[in-house]
Design a protein around this ligand. Sequence first.
Ligand code: PLP
Length: 370
Amino acid sequence: MVTDSNAFDIDTPALLIDLDRVEKNLATMQKKADTTGALLRPHIKAHKIPELARTQIRLGAVGVTASKVAEAEVMADAGIKDIFIANQVVTTTKLKRLAALSKRVKVSVGLDSAAGAKILSDVFSAAGKKIDYVIEIDSGLNRCGVPPGLPAVELFSAIKQLTGLRFKGIFTHAGQVYGKQTLEDVMAVSKLESEIIVETCNCFKDVGVRPEVVSVGSTPTMRVWNGCAGVNEIRPGNYIFLDAIQIALGVANPQECALTVLATVTSRPAHDRAVVDAGSKVFALDKGAHGKEMLKGFGLVLNKNAVLERLSEEHGVMSLDSKEKLEIGETVRIIPNHACPVINLSDKAYGIRRGKVEAELLIAGRGKVQ
Ligand SMILES: Cc1ncc(COP(=O)(O)O)c(C=O)c1O
């Protein structure tokens, strides 16, 4: 059993961030980047907290990754100077905001089609500017991206005359790793992710071009990674907190998980059932990516023989071992299944250290979906 204190003088439900663990998780990944010769560009969708992004930069990150223009705007306001939007941006409204943002900070953006490139270039060339673009490669997630190898070079060649664009490199995210069942499988995806990006990078030799950025990353694939010649940037996000999904994948343990939900027991309708004041509006409904039933319930309840079995919007229903004592008014701490959507649902989190609240952290990027 994990022994984390839950004696905090704060109202519930509340998000607790263990600052010692965050600092350790950040330092560990930064060290991995430093020793493998890669730059770390953490994905801030995992925490959406300006203060934590600044900590990542202070520890050595080259910049941050964001998924939305609005997230990037929040990070620019927080003083982050180098932001990669690892996503396709195609609406004119967003692209105009992106052009405005590019006057304030260094921005780059993902791209995987000639059609998307044209829209992007038109807005930037009309503003008399160029945007750095990074071609997305599909390394098996089957989401966005061009297939590995020559298609990336073909896309580059097809759009190189567009005046609003500047080629920066290639990136991939092997998110299919979240559907894997064993650590061996996770390691195989990690290896594949790097091999695919390096192989694709090598294809650019045919056109005499060297991608400046060769970028990979997810938390599971980076936790088991030991570097790869040719990969020069990594983009994990969730590693800052880790969560029950990372534990289930075998790449983290509960003592490393830095984000917990503090909840109060509000009802004990039966000897084997307790209800807490945090439901799907706090935990989200994640039970592991791609529909895999890797997890027991909606989070890992600390120090109790209890399973968070059902969620309605404001209620979390736990089944209890019949010997478990849990009274109305008592608090419990729960490691969420997936930290990222949990962060997106609350306005603030409490930074805790050794049983005490040290800081209130504003989740300024929450809800920034445009
Ligand atoms: C393009 C991209 N890069 C990096 C990441 C970070 O991965 P993780 O959440 O596993 O840390 C994500 C996560 O969704 C992503 O979509």
